[in-house]
Design a protein. Structure first.
Ligand code: NAD
Length: 248
C-alpha cells in the first residue's frame, strides 16, 4: 500500500515540486489548491501519471478544510506526510497595510496551517506521519514591506514548535522549512528589482533557490532519515540568515 502525502497550495510553484517529489518517492500525492483554473492546468499536465489526487480547497476557510479532509481521510485512512505550503504574500509599507490585507495573509498562512494540521491529525496519527510547515526567511529576519507576511511566517515557526510538543506525544513530528527567495509566481508578484538586487548582495550563494532545493529539504524532514528531528526550523536560504547583512 502506497504512503500518502497531502500538500496544500500545490497546483504550482514550490508546492507542485514537493508533490512531484513525494510521488517519485512512491507516495500518493494529494494536491490541494484554492485556484480551480491552476488546479485544472496542473491536473492536465500530470495526466497519465499515477499517484496524484486533486482537491479544490481554501485552507483559510474552516468549512472548506473540514469537507476536504473528510473526503481525503475517507479515501486514505492514513496520511504519512502533511506539507502546509499554501501561502500568499502582500508586500506594502506597514502604514499602508489594511486590516483586510493583514487578515488575508494571516488567514491563509497562519490559520490555514493550523486548520489543515488539525483536520489531518487523526490520519497523521494513524500513519505515524509528520508535518512540514513552509515558513520563510522573512519570518526569521525582519525587513521592510513584510509586516503581515513576515509576522505570519514567524507565527508559523512557533506553531510548528507547539505542534512538535503537543502532536509529538501522539507520535507525529512537526518541523518547518524557511526558504530564502525562490523564483515562482509569488516572487514575480512581490520581488521588485530593488529586492532582487538586495538579495543578490546579501545571500552568500548569490542566487535564488530552486523549487527542487526546497522540496529536498521538505522530503528529508518527512523521511525516516529525520526520525528524531522534531520542532526544528530548517533554513534553506543560501546562507542568508547566517550572513546577517544587507537586508533588502
Ligand atoms: P505560488 O504563489 O507560486 O504558489 C502558492 C499556491 O498556493 C498557489 O497555487 C495558490 O493558488 C495557492 N493558494 C493560495 N491561497 C490558497 C488558499 N487559501 N488555499 C489553498 N491554496 C492557496 O507561491 P510559492 O512561491 O510556490 O510559495 C509556496 C510557499 O512558499 C508559500 O507558503 C510561500 O510563502 C513560501 N515561500 C516562498 C518563497 C519564494 O520566494 N517564492 C520564499 C519563502 C517562502
Amino acid at each position: 500500500m502506497k504512503k500518502t502525502a497531502v500538500i496544500t497550495g500545490a497546483a504550482r510553484g514550490i508546492g507542485l515540486e514537493i508533490a512531484k517529489r513525494f510521488n517519485r518517492e512512491g507516495y500518493h500525492a494529494v494536491i490541494l489548491d484554492i485556484d480551480a483554473a491552476e488546479l485544472a492546468r496542473c491536473e492536465e499536465n500530470l495526466k497519465g501519471q499515477e499517484g496524484f489526487s486533486f482537491f479544490n480547497c481554501d485552507v483559510s476557510n474552516h468549512q472548506s478544510v473540514s469537507e476536504t479532509f473528510a473526503q481525503i481521510t475517507a479515501q486514505f485512512s492514513a496520511v504519512h506526510a502533511l506539507v502546509n505550503n499554501a501561502g500568499i504574500a502582500i508586500f506594502k509599507p506597514a502604514q499602508e497595510v489594511s486590516f483586510e490585507d493583514w487578515s488575508a495573509v494571516m488567514g491563509v498562512n497562519l490559520n490555514g496551517t493550523f486548520l489543515c494540521s488539525q483536520a489531518c491529525l487523526a490520519a497523521l496519527v494513524a500513519g505515524k506521519g509528520s508535518i512540514v510547515n513552509i515558513a520563510s526567511i522573512s519570518g526569521v529576519r525582519a525587513s521592510t514591506l513584510r509586516i503581515a507576511y513576515g509576522t505570519s511566517k514567524a507565527a508559523i515557526m512557533h506553531l510548528t514548535k507547539q505542534q512538535s510538543v503537543e502532536y509529538g506525544n501522539m507520535g507525529v513530528r512537526a518541523n518547518a522549512v524557511a526558504p530564502g527567495p525562490v523564483e515562482t509566481e509569488m516572487a514575480k508578484l512581490v520581488h521588485s528589482a530593488d529586492i532582487r538586487t538586495s538579495y543578490a548582495d546579501a545571500i552568500p550563494l548569490a542566487r535564488y533557490g530552486t523549487t527542487e532545493e526546497i522540496s529536498n529539504a521538505v522530503y528529508f524532514l518527512c523521511s525516516e532519515q529525520a526520525s528524531y528531528i522534531n520542532g526544528q526550523i530548517l533554513c534553506a536560504d543560501g546562507g542568508f540568515d547566517a550572513a546577517g547583512v544587507g537586508l533588502p
